[in-house]
Write a protein that binds this ligand. Structure first.
Ligand SMILES: *[C@@H]1O[C@H](CO)[C@@H](O)[C@H](O)[C@H]1NC(C)=O
Ligand SMILES: *[C@@H]1O[C@H](CO)[C@@H](O)[C@H](O)[C@H]1NC(C)=O
Ligand SMILES: *[C@@H]1O[C@H](CO)[C@@H](O)[C@H](O)[C@H]1NC(C)=O
Ligand SMILES: *[C@@H]1O[C@H](CO)[C@@H](O)[C@H](O)[C@H]1NC(C)=O
Ligand SMILES: *[C@@H]1O[C@H](CO)[C@@H](O)[C@H](O)[C@H]1NC(C)=O
Length: 484
């Protein structure tokens, strides 16, 4: 892959002709871009030889014909030098950093110092400046992004950020999402950072079982543990993964304490808490640091949470559920051919995570309509369809989740409903949306608003089915808002 160019610098007399060649072609590139926007003259035919031009630019770079500048790319801390014969006019077209460098130079040789990862992709980067395209692998994205940032090649920088946000779920032997997250944090790219964080949060069960988990940094671990939108089997799964992470990374005691205090012990059934207290080496070692939280959790499990709230001021997250996939919290729902007609589905959950309530069941009915029209839209629709009786489209997907029965046990509990929607991305099934219903309503307002379920190729259709998972989260407002 590595090409070295060591031929001599051509005579200056040769240069003027070449500049005309280059300038002519760069104008042609811009001209083509303009033409795409303006419609062709009527009667005119477009002859399009852009591909051949790109090939000629590539040849120009690889032969170094007419080069007026030699780039010596030195790898920092190493003896390696890569020499590239280039054309200053082309380098400066997209990069004001090259423009400055080349104006200030004394010599036809410019020395660039790069880290080894950037030096390794430097010829890919220069090729992009000549040809406008680049092929990227997962492990090259950061190095190319560093170069694009250093030399202010904004189009490439933007394209790479987009590439990374779209390739979070790609298979890789290394932990690319964690390293992209660390990079985004370092350069202050909040969009990329948040995409990585959301991906890790929504795919936590897989991440915790993968090699990526032990590569998670302390900061990342602590920010994940704060989140209520984590999607995972259960809080117990998170405890066990945390224990594995601590065993592997051996952080200092204060990090272990912060991490352990971020777990939501109220969401772990008491029989598991008993076992952890006796058998988890981590809990045995740090028991004193979390004794108050465990005590609170056992109090929570021992009586109605409403009773607990009467006597204790509680201001912490240990009673707030995350998105647990295990069956006591909800159910998956696969809807085959979702656009065909309305579907309904029933499932059961525990009344609440407290040991006092967990044996009590609540039955839920879910209704899915592929093309629901709000009432006000429906009246105009009827008028319209009187005139155009063939019109059948319109409407939007709707989902409603209601309890099948009511019970005095529900007093003081508000059930937050969450619907997780899967989609296919790069051939993988990934979480695409998480809809949280406001506690006082039974439906999500903008459910699958832009999902184009009618299209066979819709990314929301996996083998022509819609994959949902509904979670019911009992919230005890009295416990979540500290009383004065
Ligand atoms: C010219 O052809 C290339 C590749 O074949 C294509 O990407 C480009 O859009 C075309 N340009 C115009 C103006 O049609
Ligand atoms: C490079 O320049 C030389 C000398 O002008 C010329 O003979 C040769 O054909 C050129 N090569 C290419 C690939 O244009
Ligand atoms: C230009 O040359 C002078 C003297 O040879 C040298 O001191 C200076 O550092 C050079 N500048 C650059 C940008 O290389
Ligand atoms: C709850 O605790 C947080 C920090 O743990 C604090 O910032 C907040 O003020 C507390 N709220 C009340 C109502 O005490
Ligand atoms: C989770 O990540 C793995 C790859 O690490 C991917 O195969 C899977 O589709 C992802 N699942 C979700 C729900 O995002």
């Amino acid at each position: 892959m590595v090409r070295l160019y060591e031929q001599g610098i051509p005579a200056w007399s040769y240069m003027s002709t070449l500049f005309i060649f280059i300038l002519f072609h760069s104008v042609t590139i811009r001209g083509a871009a303009l033409k795409q926007e303006a419609p062709l003259d009527s009667g005119a035919t477009l002859l399009n030889h852009s591909m051949a031009l790109v090939q000629r630019m590539e040849t120009l770079l690889s032969t170094g014909n007419g080069s007026d500048i030699t780039l010596r790319v030195q790898t920092i801390y190493m003896d390696e030098v890569k020499v590239i014969q280039a054309h200053s006019q082309i380098l400066t077209l997209q990069s004001d950093v090259f423009e400055d460098l080349l104006i200030r130079r004394n010599d036809s040789v410019v020395v660039l110092r790069e880290t080894s990862d950037c030096a390794a992709v430097f010829d890919k980067f220069v090729r992009y400046l000549y040809c406008g395209d680049v092929s990227v692998r997962l492990d090259q994205a950061i190095s190319l992004h560093k170069l694009a940032s250093k030399y202010h090649v904004l189009g490439l920088q933007h394209g790479l950020t987009q590439y990374m946000t779209q390739h979070l779920s790609s298979d890789s032997p290394n932990s690319h999402v964690v390293s992209w997250y660390n990079y985004a944090l370092k350069i202050g790219d909040t969009v990329l950072r948040d995409s990585c964080l959301q991906y890790l949060s929504w795919n936590l069960s897989s991440v915790m079982q993968s090699g990526e988990w032990s590569a998670v940094s302390e900061d990342l671990l602590l920010s994940l543990l704060q989140r209520s939108d984590l999607i995972l089997q259960s809080e117990l799964e998170l405890y066990e993964a945390l224990e594995a992470w601590i065993n592997h990374n051996q952080p200092d005691a204060s990090t272990v304490e912060s991490a352990l205090r971020a777990l939501r012990y109220g969401m772990i059934p008491p029989q598991h808490l008993f076992r952890l207290q006796k058998q988890s080496l981590l809990m045995l070692k740090y028991y004193e640091s979390i004794r108050d939280l465990l005590y609170l959790a056992f109090q929570f499990h021992s009586a109605s949470p409403i009773q607990l709230a009467k006597y204790f001021d509680v201001n912490c997250s240990i009673f707030t559920p995350r998105n647990y996939l295990s069956s006591s919290w909800g159910s998956s729902w696969v809807i085959n051919n979702p656009t065909r007609d309305d579907r309904s589905f029933s499932f059961q959950t525990q009344l609440g995570p407290s040991g006092y309530d967990s044996a009590k069941r609540v039955t839920w009915n879910a209704l899915f309509s592929p093309r629901w029209l709000p009432l006000n839209a429906r009246s105009t629709y009827t008028e319209l369809s009187a005139m155009q009786p063939t019109r059948t489209e319109g409407g939007r997907p709707r989902i409603i989740v209601t309890p099948a029965t009511s019970s005095p046990d529900f007093a003081g509990v508000s059930f937050q409903k969450t619907v997780i929607v899967m989609a296919k991305q790069q051939g993988k099934v990934v979480v695409r949306h998480v809809y949280n219903f406001h506690q006082s309503t039974e439906e999500a307002g903008d459910f699958l608003f832009d999902a184009d379920l009618q299209r066979r190729s819709s990314e929301y259709l996996i083998d022509s089915s819609l994959y949902l998972h509904i979670i019911i989260k009992p919230l005890y407002q009295a416990l979540l808002i500290a009383r004065k």
